[in-house]
Design a protein around this ligand. Sequence first.
Ligand code: NAP
Length: 279
Amino acid sequence: MKILITGANGMLGRDISEVLKNHELLLSDKEDLDITNPEQIETTLQEFTPEIIVNCAGYIDVEKAEDQEDLANKINADGVLNLARACKNSSCVLLHISTEYVFDGENINGYDENAITNPINIYGKSKALGEKLLQENLDKFYLVRSSWLYGKNPQLGKERGMNFVETMLKLAKERDELNLITDQISKPTYTKDLSFAIKQLIEENYPHGVYHLVNESPITPFDFAKEIFSIKHINTKLNPISYTQYPTKSKRPLNAILNNIKFPKLRSYKEALKDYLDS
Ligand SMILES: NC(=O)c1ccc[n+]([C@@H]2O[C@H](COP(=O)([O-])OP(=O)(O)OC[C@H]3O[C@@H](n4cnc5c(N)ncnc54)[C@H](OP(=O)(O)O)[C@@H]3O)[C@@H](O)[C@H]2O)c1
């Protein structure tokens, strides 16, 4: 299959590029294919004629988005619309990645694939708008939501170039104790597992639509850090705190739990985390 991957230098983009390498791939990132540039997208599609675009490009800085709403919308909403329109013109499928942040996190039972979105911060709003524009402008799409991603290729050297796992390992070397939140919950997901699930979705021709692809089951940052330190035999003391003691500019969804009821369940976060830390 001919597959165009956008945002291919990102944390998820790199794993997806590796996992899909049995296909004919065109790997692109902002420098060669900026998804906010419709002409550039058209030209690329005419030249490469992909059957699927996997859109891993995105604006993902939740805190900065509070001050950069226009930029977040330009990439996460307008960029997706540009891709959707181009796909419609060339009968190409668009697989787009979204997030648990499109939900408000008020529902302690979590959110099924068909739940109504209600984002509570700028990043979530820009992603929800992207989802809406995708669904309104294209029939042949996969909308894949996932959460709390960690992968082997965080963008090291960039300001946000650390995933949660690497941040915990780094802080454990620098401090004797760490404060971690106990009243926020989500499903941390290994980008390798997400990439293999996406490969299965595409290769086994699952029906187009919305999918929640996440490792199971939900966990708090406190317990996830505890698990990381247990696997790595680290003794740093962990202090439980409430999210109210860790003020952020952006509001965060508290029960950001994606329920996967349409696709075979991915493995547990414990297995995925051990695999990540051992490899
Ligand atoms: N990270 C998470 O916890 C998480 C959770 C759920 C869903 N997601 C979603 O998963 C997707 C991938 O996230 P990630 O963690 O892999 O992010 P990432 O590492 O920041 O990768 C995103 C890539 O997109 C590129 N990009 C930015 N603007 C672009 C543009 N206009 N045109 C083309 N490429 C552009 C970025 O380049 P620059 O770095 O140069 O800007 C980067 O290489 C995003 O849609 C995100 O919303 C992420």
